[in-house]
Design a protein around this ligand. Structure first.
Ligand code: TYM
Length: 346
């Protein structure tokens, strides 16, 4: 192996989001906005609505259909251009499930047991009653990525461990079969908003599954609701510091500043140079105005698209057809490597 030249992998971006509920500001800033920024980088970009991941926990079929289209609408409304990026839903490209199965046979139980998301999702619950899919979830995620030989995966902080596992699966596959077939993918976790926190508790992630709606901004919230949630966001009583160092032990203040920086596309230092020394009573209304200015056009466009389901479905089908073209040879080569007998090439 040591003497075999390393395969060259063409730079390619892949990422996905679960249609398991409404979109939050965390999904927008930590994922969608960055996906859209990357589509103009000159690298091929592929984005997925991971509906097969969503069913690892119970989804009402009607709700799943709506959430899948809503998420696709969210991607498009935020600026994803189907002429520049491939957009599709995972279930329509069966190679994902097929490679996912192969990876279930590569990944080890011990690796899966160490996944902190699995531990968090089952904490205080009866893990025995969870679906096998929820446990195996990260190996399907590895399949999503490696099926495209993706080299870069933009995600929020919470997905870091899953990307390390993806590298472990790629390395074990390459090692076990003596090939250099799957790349060791790089996570791209950059910017001010890779971990947007709850508005009620600076130690918890903003999440669509938090029982309190006040803890998050939903992409579907109207302007008044956004402004109210920001006004009521928990903070301390000190004015804002003038340098990032001053945010170190102030998680709630840091979160609001990070949100502002990400929405404004400005570095944190510049935001603090402007607002340092000023109280939250002055900063919060400015943040609310900025959030409404950025999010309102996106939610209006999402609503317009949701009235045109056929348009969304057409875009997803076209994306799936392009994704199938990329993945079919990769799956065929994988089967070949592992010894599956298939149709003769003529
Ligand atoms: P999901 O659906 O939970 O989240 C989608 C993306 O949003 C990011 N995110 C956040 N970023 C910053 N702050 C937050 N509060 C926040 N909440 C969510 C997530 O980090 C993620 O990037 N397993 C994945 C979906 C997936 C995937 C993939 C991702 C399946 N296959 C292949 C990349 C590549 C998940 O459950 O993300």
């Amino acid at each position: 192996m040591a003497d075999t030249p390393k395969a060259q992998f063409k730079p390619r971006v892949f990422s996905g989001i679960q249609p398991s509920g409404g979109l939050t500001l965390g999904n927008y800033l930590g994922a969608i906005k960055r996906f859209v920024d990357m589509q103009d980088s000159g690298i091929e970009t592929i984005y997925c609505v991971v509906d097969m991941h969503a069913i690892t926990t119970w989804q009402d079929p009607e709700a799943l259909r709506r959430q899948t289209r809503e998420l696709a609408a969210g991607y498009l409304a935020a600026g994803l251009d189907p002429a520049k990026s491939i957009l599709f839903n995972q279930s329509q490209v069966s190679a994902h499930a097929e490679l996912g199965w192969v990876f279930n046979c590569v990944a080890r139980m011990g690796w899966m047991n160490r996944m902190t998301q699995w531990k968090d999702k089952t904490a205080g619950k009866n893990a025995e009653a969870e679906s096998l899919g929820l446990f195996a979830y990260p190996s399907l995620m590895a399949a999503d990525i490696l099926l495209y030989h993706a080299t870069h995966v933009p995600v929020g902080e919470d997905q870091k461990q899953h990307l390390e596992l993806t590298r472990d699966i790629a390395a074990k596959f390459n090692h076990d079969y003596g090939v250099d077939f799957f790349p060791l993918t790089e996570p791209v976790i950059e910017g001010a908003a890779t971990r947007v926190m709850s508005l009620r508790d600076g130690s918890r992630k903003m999440s669509k599954s938090d029982p309190s709606d006040q803890s998050r901004i939903n992409m579907s919230d109207d302007a008044d609701t956004i402004a109210r949630k920001i006004r009521r966001a928990r903070t301390d009583s000190e004015p804002l510091p003038s340098e990032a160092r001053g945010l170190e032990h102030r998680p709630e203040a840091r979160n609001l500043v990070n949100i502002y920086a990400a929405l404004a596309d400005r570095p944190v230092d510049r935001v603090l140079a402007e607002f340092g020394g000023r109280p939250f009573s002055e900063f919060k209304p400015q943040l609310a105005d900025l959030a409404v200015a950025r999010l309102a056009p996106i939610s209006a466009e999402m609503a317009r698209l949701m009235d045109n389901e056929d348009e969304i479905d057409r875009i997803l089908s076209r994306g799936a057809a392009r994704a199938r073209e990329i993945t079919a040879p990769v799956l065929r080569a994988t089967y070949d490597i592992i010894g599956m007998v298939g149709p003769k090439r003529i």
